[in-house]
Design a protein around this ligand. Sequence first.
Ligand code: FE2
Length: 298
Amino acid sequence: MAIASLGYVVAQTRDTAAWRDFATGVLGLMEAPSPTPGGIAFRIDDRPFRLLLEPGAREGFVAAGLECATETIYAATLRQLRTAGVAVTEASAAEATARATHALARCADPDGNTVELYWGRFQDYAPFVSSAGISHFVTGDMGMGHVVFPTTKLAQSHNFFATLLGLHDTDQVTLKLSPEPDDPGLTVRFLHADNPRHHSVALAEFPQPSGLVHLMLEAATIDDVGRAYDRALRAGAHISATLGRHANDRMISFYVRSPGGFDIEFGCEGWQVDWSKFTPTTSLVDSIWGHTWNFGGA
Ligand SMILES: [Fe+2]
């Protein structure tokens, strides 16, 4: 019983125009018909959408859609959550269809982050055409990318995603904030789904008011990333981290603040792991070069 991949992300906004400018003009996504009236949706591959902005009262994250490979796994995962005392709400057929899925259920992790579980994602096979000339995004069986959730309850949150949802431990990064030997530092735990992507979900031990630390999208080439970096600079977007290569998943990326208040990590060259040969590590640095952080800004 496990999660196949990260299927989609839903956020809410009062300003669809700002999101359209950012998602197409900076990220190079393809606008698609929104299944939610008044919303705005974007494709990065042959799924009907991967990023959906619903009209809402505030800017921020709404839910991450995690894909179950089969109806049997979906049903077993819902049973396991309920047995553990987690409230699970099964969506109506209309709601499931609006997410382009066969069946859908919602629950919350111990910090209140909404997770949607589904099986049978619709696929319309229409070609992805980037609004900014991106060659393609790395998706397929590895899903749309990864999300990093904020948590103030790392142990409980890890139990939810690893034990109840069936994601698998990859590794962790522990960043010391002082030279004191007993400084516990801040930990980010990385979990993978049933695919080679280094992680589909990570849990970061710090709060984030927008509800999401970041969403990672992986483009095919370093030139795709470099050109996106140029577009972000030209647009005057807040760069939350300069270009760099992460230590654990080897991703070359930069981070740009979205209109939703959470960051988009835009990367390439993420490690596709052969799990039969993998040994977990604890990285004491997040990056081997670059990624100068600037958490402030709009
Ligand atoms: Fe990331």
